[in-house]
Every structure is written in structure tokens, then in C-alpha cells.
Design a binder for this molecule. Sequence first.
Ligand SMILES: C[S@@+](CC[C@H](N)C(=O)[O-])C[C@H]1O[C@@H](n2cnc3c(N)ncnc32)[C@H](O)[C@@H]1O
Length: 362
Amino acid sequence: MSEKIQFQSDTYVLKRYPNTNDKSLKAWSNAEIMVLEYCKNKTTNNIHLFNDRFGVWNCLLHKKRPITVCTYASQQKSIEQNIELNELITETVFKTPLDTLNKVDLALIKIPKSLELFELFLKQIHESANEETEVVCGFMLKYFSPSFLKVASVYFDSVTQTKAWRKARLLILKKPKKETPKKDLLNTIRWKGKELKQYYGVFSSGKIDVGTQFFLEDLKILEKEKKVLDLASGNGVIGYEITRLQPDVSLTLVDDFNLAIASSRLNLPKEKTSFICAENLKALKGENFDLVVSNPPFHFEHENNIEITLSLFKEVKDCLKENGRFLVVSNVHLNYRTHLSKLFKKVNVVSMSAKFVIYECY
Ligand SMILES: C[S@@+](CC[C@H](N)C(=O)[O-])C[C@H]1O[C@@H](n2cnc3c(N)ncnc32)[C@H](O)[C@@H]1O
């Protein structure tokens, strides 16, 4: 589904990627529109965009040649798709949250769900800021918490809020602090004698997720399972556990989030692991994995949507070898069994608690 949006006498068409059948999900929110209205007459250069999830800012501000700090493989595709759809002549520049930026005069942030990721963005901006730098953060009121103000005031002396407009509001940050805490935005999690690292914003900060722990409790790898894929790998903890159980395994990790992949690179040996930042398994079709394991996503930012998970399940089928296994953990209430049974010949329940279930599919 595509939608039209008007800005400064031009009309643009925007589509979400991945596509969705849920008509309530849009390619932009009032928070992004409010940021655009606030900035439309600014003549500032060196504009940087953060969390422009589907590309509305990239398209509508393309004449200003902004730089995008991109976090998801799917986000980059969505931006590129919308630039092409609107036949815009612009060369999109993508950076990651771990890159050093040249000079930031104006930064636009759609405040992410993760407070840690917000902090990572602010730290990155602060490192390349000057006295005149302004940061305009848009958010929907229902998702806001005072913790965002607290973090903002660690990096900026002036933190103000605008009035609300259509359930959205802006946070305006000016005057970068002269001194900020010297800390790496990296969490350390103790796990079975090892210290796993993960960048701020990566799934389940501070501890291994309870669903993941449930999955790992009784995980058994068969002797013949040497080629393994960890789908939606996060910090790589499941892959790490597999290499403990089966040291000569060849492992592939896939995650849509570039900071998740960057974190797993810190936790797993490079020689025997392939790290892939992607939102689908198209590049792995026909790879004949012996085993695919996953604690899959079921929400994206504030949206609960299992369409993406179901399309990943379909793709798992195409990269497993004949008689290969797919082990997946999920919340019981999601009832994935119905969906998995349509795709796989055999679906067993390996283990179940009041909250979680592990399915084994052949
Ligand atoms: C529930 S977490 C599991 C992370 C890790 N396996 C663990 O157990 O700690 C789900 C992961 O899916 C990733 N993700 C979201 N959409 C994805 C997609 N389309 N393809 C691959 N990974 C995705 C998220 O970035 C997140 O790291």
C-alpha cells in the first residue's frame, strides 16, 4: 500500500518496506511531520537524520542532501525504495551509529523506542557538534517518558519541549555540553563464565532474555548438525551457546539491526562465523543448513506485527536441507504452531512453560 504526502507544493508517494497488509500501519507519523514543519525554512547545512524508518525525511528533504544514520537493513531498503519510487535525483549517504560523523549542524531524530539507542544517537551527534548545533527530536506523546529528557540533558545544556500537535511533540536540544561522561555505550552480560558484549539498543540489555534462557536450558545439538543458522541473532548468545556444545560447527548469524550484528562480532570467533545484516533470508536460499535456530522478533519498535516473522518462517524452509531441523522459541500466546504446521511436515513441542514454548520443525 502506498500513500501520498504533500510538502512545500510537491507531492510524494511513500511505501513501507517490508510491505504490510495491516492498513493501520503507516510510513510516517505526526511526529515526523511536526519535525518537517519545524525545519522547513531552515537553511542549515550538514543535516543528519536518525531513525527515518521508512524514508519520509529522506524524500521530503532530499534537496538538502541529508546524511542518514541507518540502523536496520530493512530501513535502508525502504529509504532506497521510496527515493526510487519518487524518481528523486539524490545520492543517499548512509552511516551507522558507530561511525564518526563529519560535522553536524542540524540533527533530526524520530525518538526510538529504546532509550539506550536514543543515547547512542545523542553521543554520536555530540561528538561532531558545534556551539550552533540543534537537535530536533519528534515523538508521539503516548510513547514518551521523562527518562528521554534526563538523557538529553546529559549531552545538551538547553532541552525544551514544544506544544503538542496532533498527539505529537518536539524536544529541541541546543548548546552541547562542554563535558559529558566518558563511557562506552556498550553493555556487558555475564553468561556461563563469559562476558558477552552488546551495544546500547540491542535486544534485552543488561541480561539474557528469559525466553532465550528457556530456549538454551535444554538445547541439544545432534552430532550431524554442523552447519547452523541463528536467525534474528541479536548479540549472538544462541550462536555462542551452540559453539560451546558443538565446537566444530559452522555458524551463520542474521539480524536486521546493524548494532546487533556489530555486537555479535564482539562475541563470536570470526573464523567460523558469517555475520549477515539482513531482514530476510533470500541470500541464503538453497544453503542447506542442518539446523536453524531462532528467537524471532514479533514487534518492531512500538508495532506488534507477526507478518515479518511469518515471512521469515517461510524463508527458513528454503534454506534448510531435507530432514533439517528448525528450532524456534516463542511466547505461548503467539500460537505459531498453526503457522508452522502449514509450512513444515512435522512440528513437535520440545518444551513448554506457562509463558514460552519451543517448537521443533522438520
Ligand atoms: C527476540 S530478539 C532475539 C535476539 C537474540 N536471538 C536473543 O535471543 O537474545 C529478535 C531479534 O530479531 C531482530 N530482527 C527484527 N526483524 C528482523 C528481520 N526481519 N530479520 C532478522 N532479524 C530481525 C531484532 O533486531 C532482534 O535482534
